[in-house]
Design a protein. Sequence first.
Length: 403
Amino acid sequence: MAGEPVAAIVGMGDAYASKADRKDPLQLAAEATVAALADAGIRKDQVDAVFTGRSPWADKRSQWSNIFISHMQMPVTFTSELTLHGAGLTASLAIASQQIAAGTAEYVLCLQSDATELFVDAVAMGAEADADPQFEVPYGPTIPSLYAQAAQRYFHEFGVTEQDLADVAVANQRWGAHHPHAAKAKHGEIDREKVLSSPYVATPLRRWMCSTWGGGTGGALVVTSPENAGHARDPVYLLGYGSATTHEYLTDRMNMRSCKFPGLGTFPNLTHTATAEAARQAYAMSGLGPGDVEMAQISVNFAHMGPIVMEDLGFAKKGSGIDVYREGRTGIDGDLPTDTNGGWLSFGQPGISCNMDSLIEATRQLRGTALGLAPARRPKTALVQGAGGMLAAGSVLLLSTST
């Protein structure tokens, strides 16, 4: 039985950019915020606190959250960036709920935007930011080559194959092909042969097994108390949350010999992530379990992360996460429609805003206002999992349309 909600989303706004319609992160964030405030029916001077994830890759100024509230001429009592890598943005709803419960805020704005590909050399900047400066950077790694190490280990331990990973790409593209803002929508639906004939980016990851940068996105959510939500239109309730982080660089993780989180397996390993602990916390707080989740929006930047995250979330035992995709459970008629905008693999990763894209998609689907396809059965409960870094951090939210 679900517990009492700890907060509610009462306003949502999103914004999009492309090479033909360029917008920088501040433009995207402002557009999304104006829409979210209108949706919530509040004025900007009613916002007490603003949380963002870390500064956008396309606007690397520090204290970006303060730059944003200055741009909006919106003084607040508190503003901060939450930087569990990308998972910090997902966790911003948890921090918002804590401020609301403490009585220090009535309305909190959580937002993020980015447009990496439109403004910077993402390939060069990304690898340098997430690679160990002493042991990895000298060898010129790319982000795919770092993630490929985990993929190879996952193959070795559990017998997963490239053919299996192709099924993840196919499943996500079935959703992404029908979303108007998905980076890979122009390619239409694909099959396993299409994936396996694409060139390697970093063995064993082929091009269709990797996310692309996409254009630009912005998203904003207005969060308030469950009591205030009674006066809102289509509120979405936050039932539980959790987060965890274990390391910074992949070399750090490979050298870990122990971890206080029991759900992360025996160390060292590259086949479990902090999401397992984040999910444990979220389930415990909400009173829900994996069987109560009717939709998932997860962080799958490379195809092998799909089954790994499914396992860490409790939807399959370790090594069997691929079955969730193979059995069609993530599809439109499945019992666990997943990444319904195409996810990071097909919708794309515009930058640090990708975790907000997942939150926006979950909110839209729960409200019945999807921009792309909707599941055959409209979900009432959704799980949103945010990740960041080289398997470094995870954050999990459980959302519902009912209290």
